[in-house]
Every structure is written in structure tokens, then in C-alpha cells.
Design a protein around this ligand. Structure first.
Ligand code: 4AD
Ligand code: MG
Length: 430
């Protein structure tokens, strides 16, 4: 018997094949059962005619519980009315397990219930679509960097020091000392850039953030390119090229999933290069013009980001934030040392920051001073300072948050739906 998958049925019209999957839904009409079978690649309707199967099987299928596992065998018919365009005229169904009463039945459920049942919720159409798009974005990111001469360098998850704010560190016992879960691979990527020129790391990062917003996870994925002999302008260009490419790839390769999510893609289709660029000072002006008060030096909150984004149809790059609000490793703007040579990218349609990055301080003494001003433990950074002792060069990079990017592309409100098992302030189960 030819075993295949739902997405390949077109190759088997007129032939008898087996599909291995789960019962998604069913209905009956007289001598017919219509079994919707999902196998992870798609959903196909199996039509069971009473006279084609044993009486026993026909009776059993009248009550077959949702999510029962089964191997369905039948002849493939092309039928434009069927979901997916093909149908199986069932000859046999082997039932592997009769499922219990499925907790995520047809009723609608609250988000808390769904998140507690995330291990099952993954099977539903929208969640399935989110994660297929996520998978596509990851593939496109890797392809983008691999085809732009970057070397993939995996940075450690267990680290000895902070990269971003120390208040956001998760501590772990590391034998007789303390270690931290990585907040960003950047510092290690900088070391790698001095060895390989152009590198990227891509992995999970952790922030013990007490923020309970739709954009914060305690565990999220970040891709971080880092380039030797690059400056702020170079990485702004790279960032917009990457993001435009991700938009294009998803629009082209994941049409079906975007449709399932009812994503209105008009705005995404308008995204072309270059993206608008604003200085922090210009962004503050836009906020104040909209009659919202804003303290100079603050980072933008979600409402501020929304105001700025609403002025543009494309993502925007905001550069040169006040240095004091930014991390210790940022290079100061030689034109105005109160400003850092950094950049944030805000996604369009009010989705907020998806990228943060900039040019790194490459002068040994300035960096030493900064480490002490930020009250960081100097010994932890000796290796990092070595990069400025032995062949220091201007260099820059950025980090793109995967979940925020995927949520934006999917048009999904909350980042927790675009990661398989979200970790947030109050959630670490399942
Ligand atoms: O702006 P961030 O903190 O920058 C860095 O970590 C730099 N060291 C990156 C670099 O230059 N190599 O974080 C980068 C991005 C943000 O723009 C956002 O998209 C995402 O990471 N991010 C989060 N995503 C989900 N939940 C959180 N708690 C996040 N914090 C940051
Ligand atoms: Mg940031």
C-alpha cells in the first residue's frame, strides 16, 4: 500500500493510498460518513460509504472521537469542492487509538485554558499556521545570512556575565559559582567577528523581565549578525534588507497560512526599500506633536511606538538614542557624545520594536570607563576587553527578535502564540 501525506495527494489521483493521521472532525449523512483527517501537512476529507466497508467499522466511525489516531486508506479523487481539492473514497480505516473526550472540542475557550493546553492547542488550524510561518521565517533568516557570506557561530547559553540590564538576568547554580542564562549572544559574536569577519548567532535568549505585555517573553529567540569593519549605517542597511526579504519570503511561500490567520497583507505588500530613518530627536518630536508628553532620554513605550509607526507605511529605523538609556557597549556619537550610535527598528502597523543594535565601542579606555560607570564587574569582562587590546576595529551588529517579527508578519496580537511553548512571567507549564 502506498503511504503518503495530504500535501502530496495530487500525485496520486486515481490510486489507492494510505494517510496516517488524526480525526479532525466528522459528520454523517445517511449511508455516508465524512471524516476530516489531518496529518500535519494538511487536512483531507475521507468519504466512507456504508457498502464499501465492514458494518462494524461503519458503526464505529459514526461515533469516532475527535483526535483518534488512524490510518485511512482510499482512492484519491480530485474534487474542487473538497477542502484542499482532493478527497479519499475510503476503503478501510485502521484505528490506532480511540481518543478520550478532547478538551479542545468545538466550543470556544479562553486564552488561559488554551495556554494550559498548549501541547494540544498546537494541533488547531491557527496555531499550526503560526508555527509554519515561524518555521519559514527561520529558514529565510538562515538562508539570508548564509547567502551573504556570514559564518554561523553558536554562542553559549550559560554565561558568566550580563550583556543587557543586570536586573533581567536569570541566575543558575553552576557548580560552586553562579552563572546566567544568556540575554544576547552579542558579546561572543563580537569575539567571533574579530575571528571570521561576518558572523551571526541564532538561538534562545532569556530575560527575567517582569513585564506582562503582549510583546514580552522570558525565553525568546534572537538572530544576531555582527560585522567587523562595519558602522551604524552599514547595519541599518543590512537590517532593512533582511526584514524586507523576510516579508517577501513569507508573502510568497506561506499564502495558505496567512489566509488561515485572516492576515490582511496589503500593508506588508507595500514594504519596499529603503525604510524611513529618524533620529531619536525626530521621533520625540512626532510623539510630542501628537500631544502626548514624553520625557527626553526615556526609551519608547508601546503607545509611543504606535504613534511613531502610524506616520509610516513601512517599518522605521530610529537611530541615535540618548546614550544613558542604552547598554554599556554602545559607541557614542562623535558629533554628540550624549547620543549612542544605535538603532531600533519598529515594525509597521503598530507592532513595535523588532530590532535593536548599533555600533560597538572599540576604544579600550572608553570601554573600561563605561564598564565601571555601569557598575559591572570588571573581571567578568577581561576577555571582552581583550578584543580592544588585540586588533580593535570599528564593528557593529544587531539583534532581531524572532517572535515579535513573526507576530507582526502573522498579524497576531500576542507573541506567545508564535512560539511553540511560551514562557512568560506566570507561565512555565506545559
Ligand atoms: O534590543 P535588545 O535588548 O538588543 C540586544 O539584546 C542586543 N544585544 C542585540 C545586538 O545588538 N546583537 O533585543 C533585541 C530584540 C528586540 O528588538 C526584540 O525584538 C527582542 O530582541 N526582544 C524580545 N522579544 C520577546 N520578549 C522579550 N522579552 C524581548 N526582549 C527583546
Ligand atoms: Mg531594544
Amino acid at each position: 500500500m502506498q503511504v503518503t501525506t495530504v500535501n502530496k495527494l495530487a500525485q496520486y489521483v486515481g490510486e489507492v493510498v494510505s494517510i496516517r493521521g488524526w480525526l479532525y472532525n466528522r459528520r454523517s449523512k445517511g449511508k455516508l460518513h465524512f471524516l476530516l483527517i489531518r496529518d500535519g501537512t494538511g487536512i483531507v476529507q475521507g468519504v466512507m460509504f456504508q457498502d464499501d466497508v465492514s458494518q462494524n467499522l461503519f458503526t464505529q466511525c459514526a461515533h469516532l472521537p475527535q483526535e483518534s489516531s488512524l490510518i485511512a486508506t482510499g482512492k484519491v479523487h480530485q474534487d474542487p469542492r473538497a477542502p484542499g481539492g482532493y478527497e479519499l473514497a475510503l476503503k478501510d480505516v485502521e484505528i490506532l487509538q480511540l481518543a478520550g473526550e478532547y478538551p479542545l472540542g468545538k466550543k470556544s475557550h479562553g486564552s488561559d485554558f488554551l495556554l494550559k493546553n498548549r501541547h494540544l492547542w498546537l494541533r488547531s488550524k491557527k496555531q499550526h499556521a503560526h508555527l509554519k510561518i515561524r518555521s519559514e521565517v527561520v529558514r529565510a533568516i538562515r538562508h539570508f545570512f548564509d547567502s551573504h557570506d556570514f559564518v554561523l557561530i553558536d554562542t553559549p547559553i550559560l554565561t558568566s556575565s550580563a550583556c543587557e540590564e543586570t536586573s533581567g538576568l536569570f541566575e543558575v547554580n553552576y557548580f560552586d559559582r553562579r552563572a546566567y542564562l544568556s540575554q544576547s549572544g552579542q558579546l561572543y559574536a563580537e569575539a567571533a567577528a574579530m575571528a571570521f569577519g561576518r558572523v551571526y548567532c541564532f538561538g534562545p535568549t532569556f530575560r527575567a523581565e517582569k513585564s506582562k505585555t503582549r510583546k514580552h517573553l522570558t525565553e525568546f529567540w534572537m538572530v544576531e549578525p555582527e560585522i567587523a569593519y562595519a558602522n551604524l549605517d552599514d547595519i541599518m542597511e543590512l537590517a532593512e534588507e533582511l526584514v524586507a526579504n523576510l516579508v517577501e519570503e513569507v508573502l510568497e511561500k506561506r499564502k495558505e497560512e496567512l489566509k488561515i490567520l485572516e492576515r490582511d497583507t496589503k500593508m506588508l505588500e507595500k514594504i519596499t526599500l529603503p525604510f524611513p530613518r529618524l533620529s531619536y530627536a525626530q521621533a520625540v518630536e512626532i510623539i510630542r506633536d501628537s500631544k502626548v508628553s514624553f520625557e527626553w532620554g526615556e526609551d519608547f513605550g508601546a503607545p509611543h511606538e504606535a504613534i511613531i509607526s502610524s506616520h509610516f507605511e513601512r517599518p522605521v529605523l530610529i537611530h541615535r538614542f540618548p546614550a544613558e538609556s542604552k547598554a554599556f557597549y554602545m559607541k557614542k556619537d562623535p558629533q554628540d557624545p550624549h547620543l549612542a550610535l544605535c538603532v531600533d527598528m519598529l515594525a509597521s502597523e503598530g507592532y513595535g520594536e523588532i530590532i535593536g543594535g548599533g555600533q560597538r565601542e572599540d576604544d579600550l579606555e572608553t570601554l573600561e570607563k563605561s564598564i565601571s560607570e555601569y557598575k559591572l564587574t570588571r573581571e567578568d569582562f577581561e576577555w571582552y576587553l581583550d578584543l580592544r587590546r588585540y586588533g580593535s576595529v570599528p564593528h557593529a551588529g544587531f539583534g532581531l527578535g524572532l517572535e515579535r517579527t513573526v507576530a507582526w508578519l502573522c498579524g497576531t496580537h500576542h507573541v506567545r502564540e508564535v512560539i511553540p511553548f511560551p514562557r512568560t512571567l506566570y507561565r512555565i507549564y506545559p
